[in-house]
Structure formats: structure tokens, C-alpha cells
Design a protein. Structure first.
Length: 78
């Protein structure tokens, strides 16, 4: 799991808490800051997911290439 996913989730949760406290206290500035922090966290989390997906795709491609190499070696021996 990419560190951006973890940091993004933490930002999202912190923003959610700040926004909720702002709603309870009537502090519109805290609500706005919390909402902005949530968005920042969601974007960072999405970036981490994209990096994970790219890394997984690269790993799959590498694994497929290695499997093809093994198949060729098996045919060369036979």
C-alpha cells in the first residue's frame, strides 16, 4: 500500500472531524477548512491508489514476461 493512501486517509478523517466540530459549534470557518482538508485527503488517497495500480500492472507485466521466458527455455530444452 502506497504511503499516499495512508496519509490521504488520515487527512480525510481529520478534515471530517474538523468539519463536524464546526457544524456542532456553528463555526463556518472550521466547516470550510474541514471540507477542504477532506478534499485534499481524498485526492491524495486517489493518487496513492493510482500509484498502487500502476505498480501492480508493472508487476503483472514483469511476471508475464518472466513466464514467457520460462516457456521459451522449456521449448529450447525439448
Amino acid at each position: 500500500m502506497d504511503s499516499d493512501r495512508i496519509k490521504g486517509k488520515a487527512e480525510d478523517v481529520a478534515g471530517r472531524v474538523k468539519r463536524q466540530v464546526g457544524e456542532w459549534t456553528g463555526d463556518t470557518e472550521a466547516q470550510a477548512e474541514g471540507a477542504a482538508q477532506q478534499v485534499k485527503g481524498k485526492v491524495q488517497n486517489a493518487w496513492g491508489k493510482a500509484k498502487d495500480a500502476a505498480r501492480d500492472a508493472a508487476d503483472d507485466a514483469k511476471r508475464d514476461t518472466n513466464d514467457d521466458d520460462l516457456d521459451r527455455k522449456d521449448r529450447d530444452v525439448a
